[in-house]
Design a binder for this molecule. Structure first.
Ligand code: GDP
Ligand code: MG
Length: 150
């Protein structure tokens, strides 16, 4: 089972609603390891880079406005198959599809403002982590990371 790292971010709506602790709790209870975390306000440039795959979507401008509108809580987590597992913990993008028991299913009522972001692939995870964290600031439990993931 591959050990992976992923980028998880509590979005401005989640920070304002006081959901940082609840989200950290769920990841800790699942057995994942927190490698770094920071409350930050992100620049337009970083937001556009973060969401580059969506730049042609009609809602791209709105999305960048939202994610830069207030503080986010950015985190790096590590664990077995964490990319796929965290996506299932987070739940579907739309509140109509996000199942109860998932973070969005339990807390999100809007498709645009849906509490939390999680990387959807190894490549995105690497790019997203590097966009928000200095590599030297990331707690290093596994000296040989990444090992068997590719
Ligand atoms: P995710 O991977 O589940 O977060 O979903 P996507 O990668 O498809 O979209 C990224 C983010 O864009 C979503 O989490 C929403 O915050 C936002 N988003 C998605 N669809 C819409 C939409 O129709 N309108 C707006 N304003 N934002 C959207
Ligand atoms: Mg996505």
């Amino acid at each position: 089972m591959p050990i992976q790292r992923t980028f998880i971010m509590v979005k401005p709506d989640g920070v304002k609603r006081g959901l940082i602790g609840e989200i950290i709790k769920r990841f800790e209870q699942k057995g994942f390891t927190l490698l770094n975390a920071e409350l930050m306000t992100i620049s337009r440039e970083k937001a556009e880079y973060h969401y580059m795959e969506l730049q042609d979507k009609p809602f791209f401008g709105e999305l960048v406005e939202f994610i830069t509108s207030d503080s986010v809580f950015a985190m790096v987590w590590e664990g077995e198959n964490i990319i796929e597992v965290s996506r299932s913990m987070i739940g579907k993008t739309s509140p109509l599809e996000a199942l109860p028991g998932t973070i969005r299913g339990d807390f999100a009522y809007s498709k645009a403002e849906n509490v939390i972001h999680g990387s959807d692939s190894l490549l995105s995870a690497e790019r997203e982590i590097a966009n928000f964290f200095d590599p030297l600031s990331i707690r290093s439990l596994n000296k040989d990371f990444p090992f068997d993931e590719r």
